[in-house]
Design a binder for this molecule. Structure first.
Ligand code: MGD
Ligand code: MGD
Ligand code: SF4
Ligand code: MO
Length: 670
C-alpha cells in the first residue's frame, strides 16, 4: 500500500492513496478514514493530473522588458530580499503586504505570517477573508471558537439536517453524500437556498428564499420556535446568556411579516421551525450563502443563536458546521494568517502577544493590518509598495478585479509564488515555482478540525521547491528567521505557539489525523467541542436585526446576480482546468437564467448574452434552467474568459471585511 495523503481540493479533507507509475496514477480513497471511509468525489478520483501538466512552473522567473526569463534560485532570492528590504527601510514595514494560502500547509502558513510579523507588519491575510472570516469572528463572539463544533462522523446521530447556504453535494460532495445517506434512512432535511440545489429534491421542507434575506428567515424560524415553546429551556438556563434580548428581537419577526422580505409562505417557515425545534439533535450546516454578505458576521451569529436556542451544541449529531472551503483554510486560519489574528486566534490588540515575541525573538507588531481587499486599495493609493503572494489568484477571485489590477500595477515590487503561471503571476516582477501538495510534507487541517499529515508522493518538476523552504530562505536572509530543517521542525514550533495543537506530532496524527484541541487536557484530540462549557464560559445570544443587502434592483438593473461554484471546477481553475476530465465536463463560462426570464427576453440556450452590473460587464453563454428562480442569475467564478468579479462591487461586511459576492444587481442583455 502506498502512503496515505489528503486530497488537495476541498476542506472535507478526504484521505487517499495514490498508486503510481512515473506519470500514471490510480487514486483510491482510504477505507479506514473517519472522514471519507474510502469514498472520493470526481475531483479526488480524477482531478489530480494537473500535477503533471507541462505548464507547471519549473524555474524562478524574472520580468525584464515585459518578458519573463529564467534565473537561478540564488538570484531570485537575493533580488526578492533586497527589494523587500529596501522598501521596508524606505517606506516602513506597513508598506509591504503578505498573502498566504489555504492551499498550502499549516507549516507554510505559520511561516508566512511569522515572516510578515518579523518584518514588523500585520498586513497578512489570505482567502479565508473572502470565505469564512465572518465565521471566525462571529462564532468566537458567540461560542468562543470559530470552528465546526462536531465531526463528520457524528452526523450519523443527527435527526434533522438544516442546510442553509451550502451547495453541499457539489462543494463538499462527501459530506453531501453522507447527508443523502442519512436522509434516505428517514431523517429530516430542511434546505434554505435561493437555488434549487440537489439536496432540495430530498428535503422535507425547501425554503427557496430571496438572496440576502437570511436574517429575516432565521429570525422568523426562531420566532415560531419561541412562540410555541420549542426552545431548550434547560440548555438556555444552564449554558447561555442574553436569551431575553433574543426573545425580544425575534418577537418582531413573525413569518407573516417576513414573507414580504424572504418570499416564503408562513406555513413553510412553521414546518421548518417545528423540525429544527423538536426533532433533536439538529445539525446546522452552512457555507458561503451565509457568509458572503455585508451582513455575513451577523448571519453567522444568527445561525449560532438558533443552535443555542434549540440546545444543539456540544452533543453528537447536533452542532454548527461552517463547511470550510479550501483544503487547508481551517489550518491557515488557525495559524494566524489573518490580519487581526495571531496563531490560535489571539487578537493583534489583545495585549497577549508575549509568547510570540519570545518564540520569534522579535517584538510582535501591534498596529492594525490590512485585509486582502484593503491591500489592493492601499496599493492603488500608493501606501502599499510591495506584495508577496503565495498561492492565491486575486486577479480572478477578489471582488472588484479592477481595483486589484489598479493596485497591482501601482506596486514597486510584486512577488508571486505558485505552481502555475496564473493571471496574477503574469503581473509579477519575480515568480517562484512551488512544489505542489503531492510533492511535499506537512499538515492540513480539515473542516472538522482534523490535523492530517500529507506525504511527498512525487518529485517536484524542474527546480520547484516546497513553499516552506522558499519562505524560510527569504525569512532567513531578510529578518534572520530560523533555518528550519524540515516541516516537522516547524510543526514543533507551532505546538509551542498554539496550545490547541500542542499535543499533535507527526507520528500520532498519521494516518487518520487528530481533531484539535489536542493538548494535555485533551491528549487524544476532541471530536465534539463545547460539551461541558464554552471557552468563553456561557454561550452568548447576540440578536441581529434584518438589514437589506448593499445592492438593490431598480428599473435598469433588474436582476440579482449570485456567484459561486460548480462541481467540476475549483476557484480560478488553475488546477481543475488543467485536468482533462474536469475541463471536459465544464469547458466554458455560463450564466444560469430562469426559463421564464429567458422566454421573456427571448434568450435561447447557449446564446451569448451580456451581463452588466453598476461596476462592469461580461459576455457569457446563457444556460436556461428552472433550478433558479425568476429575477436571479447565477454565474460561477471559475473562468478567466468571463471574469465575474469584474461585476462585483466593493461592498464589504464592516465587521469581517468579506465582500458581498452573493448579491449583485445586474441587467441581462440578449
Ligand atoms: N467543486 C468545488 N468545490 C469547492 C470549491 C470549488 O471552487 N469547487 N470551493 C471550496 C471553497 S473555498 C468553498 S468556500 C466552498 C463553498 O461552498 P458553498 O458555499 O457550498 O458554494 P457556493 O457556490 O459559493 O454557494 C453556496 C450556496 O449559497 C447559495 N446562496 C446564494 N445566495 C444566498 C443567500 O443569500 N443566502 C443563502 N442562505 N444561500 C445563498 C447558492 O445558491 C449556493 O447554493 O466550496 C469548496 N468546495
Ligand atoms: N465571485 C466570487 N468570488 C469568490 C468567491 C465566490 O463565491 N464568488 N469565493 C471566494 C472564496 S470562498 C475563496 S476561498 C476564494 C479563493 O481564491 P484563491 O485562493 O485566490 O483561489 P484559487 O484559484 O484556489 O487560488 C489558489 C492558488 O494556489 C495555487 N496553488 C495550489 N497549490 C499550491 C501550492 O502548494 N503552493 C503554492 N504556492 N501555490 C499553490 C493555485 O495554482 C492557485 O493559483 O475566492 C473567493 N472569490
Ligand atoms: S470531497 Fe473534497 S476532499 Fe473529498 S475528494 Fe472531493 S474534492 Fe477531494
Ligand atoms: Mo472559500
Amino acid at each position: 500500500m502506498g502512503d496515505i495523503t489528503v486530497c488537495p481540493y476541498c476542506g472535507t479533507g478526504c484521505q487517499m492513496i495514490l498508486e503510481i507509475g512515473e506519470s500514471s496514477q490510480r487514486v483510491v480513497g482510504y477505507s479506514r478514514s473517519p472522514v471519507n471511509s474510502g469514498k472520493l468525489c470526481i475531483k479526488g478520483y480524477s482531478g489530480l493530473t494537473y500535477n503533471f501538466s507541462s505548464e507547471r512552473l519549473k524555474y524562478p522567473l524574472m520580468k525584464e522588458n515585459g518578458e519573463f526569463r529564467q534565473i537561478s534560485w540564488e538570484q531570485a532570492l537575493e533580488i526578492s530580499v533586497s527589494k523587500l528590504g529596501d522598501i521596508s527601510r524606505k517606506y516602513g514595514p506597513d508598506s509591504i503586504a503578505f498573502q498566504s494560502s489555504a492551499k498550502c500547509t499549516n507549516e507554510e502558513n505559520y511561516l508566512m505570517q511569522k515572516l510578515a510579523r518579523m518584518v514588523g507588519t500585520n498586513n497578512i491575510d489570505h482567502c479565508a477573508r473572502s470565505c469564512h472570516s465572518p465565521t471566525a469572528i462571529g462564532l468566537i463572539n458567540t461560542i468562543g471558537a470559530g470552528a465546526a463544533t462536531g465531526s463528520i462522523a457524528s452526523l450519523e446521530d443527527t435527526e434533522t439536517f438544516f442546510v442553509i447556504g451550502t451547495n453541499t453535494t457539489e462543494q463538499h460532495p462527501i459530506i453531501g453524500a453522507k447527508i443523502i445517506k442519512e436522509v434516505k434512512k428517514g431523517k429530516n432535511l430542511v434546505v434554505a437556498d435561493p437555488r434549487r440545489i440537489q439536496l432540495a429534491g430530498l428535503a422535507s421542507v425547501f425554503l427557496q428564499f430571496r438572496p440576502g434575506s437570511d436574517v429575516a428567515l432565521l429570525n422568523s424560524i426562531m420566532n415560531v420556535i419561541v412562540e410555541n415553546g420549542w426552545e431548550d429551556a434547560d440548555f438556555i438556563n444552564s449554558r447561555t446568556e442574553g436569551f431575553s434580548s433574543l426573545k425580544k428581537t425575534v418577537s418582531k419577526y413573525s413569518p407573516k411579516v417576513m414573507e414580504g422580505i424572504t418570499g416564503i409562505e408562513p406555513e413553510k417557515v412553521y414546518r421548518a421551525a417545528e423540525m429544527i425545534g423538536n426533532a433533536k439533535p439538529t445539525a446546522i450546516l452552512y457555507a458561503m450563502g451565509i457568509t458572503q454578505h455585508i451582513h455575513g458576521t451577523e448571519n453567522v451569529m444568527n445561525v449560532s443563536n438558533l443552535a443555542l436556542l434549540t440546545g444543539n451544541v456540544g452533543k453528537r449529531g447536533s452542532g454548527i458546521f461552517p463547511l470550510r472551503g479550501q483544503n487547508n483554510v481551517q489550518g491557515s486560519s488557525d495559524m494566524g494568517a489573518l490580519s487581526e489574528f495571531y496563531p490560535g486566534y489571539v487578537r493583534y490588540d489583545s495585549g497577549k502577544l508575549n509568547n510570540f515575541s519570545r518564540i520569534w525573538g522579535k517584538e510582535a507588531p501591534t498596529q492594525k493590518g490590512l485585509s486582502l481587499s484593503e491591500m489592493f486599495e492601499a496599493a492603488a493609493e500608493g501606501k502599499v509598495k510591495a506584495i508577496y503572494i503565495m498561492g492565491e489568484n486575486p486577479l480572478i477571485t477578489e471582488a472588484s478585479t479592477q481595483t486589484v489590477e489598479r493596485g497591482i500595477d501601482n506596486l514597486e515590487f510584486l512577488l508571486v509564488q505558485d505552481i502555475f503561471m496564473t493571471m496574477t503571476a503574469g503581473h509579477a516582477d519575480i515568480v517562484l515555482p512551488a512544489a505542489s501538495s503531492l510533492e511535499k510534507e506537512g499538515t492540513f487541517t480539515n473542516t472538522e478540525r482534523r490535523i492530517q499529515l500529507i506525504k511527498r508522493i512525487y518529485s517536484p518538476p524542474g527546480e520547484a521547491r516546497p513553499d516552506w523552504w522558499i519562505i524560510k530562505e527569504i525569512g532567513r536572509r531578510l529578518v534572520g528567521m530560523d533555518d528550519y530543517s524540515s516541516p516537522e521542525d516547524i510543526f514543533s514550533e507551532i505546538g509551542r505557539a498554539i496550545y490547541n495543537y500542542s499535543g499533535a506530532t507527526y507520528s500520532n496524527i498519521y494516518p487518520i489525523g487528530k481533531q484539535w484541541p489536542i493538548n494535555t487536557d485533551n491528549p487524544d484530540g476532541t471530536e465534539i467541542l463545547h460539551s461541558k462549557s464554552f471557552p468563553i464560559g456561557r454561550g452568548k445570544f447576540i440578536p441581529v436585526e434584518y438589514g437589506p443587502p448593499a445592492e438593490q434592483t431598480d428599473d435598469e438593473y433588474d436582476f440579482i446576480m449570485t456567484t459561486g461554484r460548480n462541481y467540476f471546477h475549483f476557484h480560478s481553475g488553475t488546477m481543475s482546468r488543467r485536468t482533462d476530465i474536469l475541463e471536459r465536463e465544464s469547458p466554458e463560462p455560463y450564466a444560469e437564467i430562469n426559463t421564464n426570464d429567458s422566454r421573456r427576453l427571448n434568450i435561447k440556450e447557449r446564446q451569448i448574452i451580456t451581463v452588466e452590473s453598476r461596476h462592469g460587464s461580461i459576455k457569457i453563454r446563457a444556460k436556461v434552467t428552472s433550478k433558479i428562480p425568476e429575477g436571479i442569475v447565477f454565474i460561477p467564478f471559475h473562468f478567466s474568459e468571463a471574469r465575474v468579479n469584474e461585476l462585483v462591487g466593493e461592498n464589504y461586511d464592516p465587521i469581517s471585511k468579506i465582500p458581498e459576492f452573493k448579491v449583485v444587481a445586474v441587467k441581462v442583455i440578449p
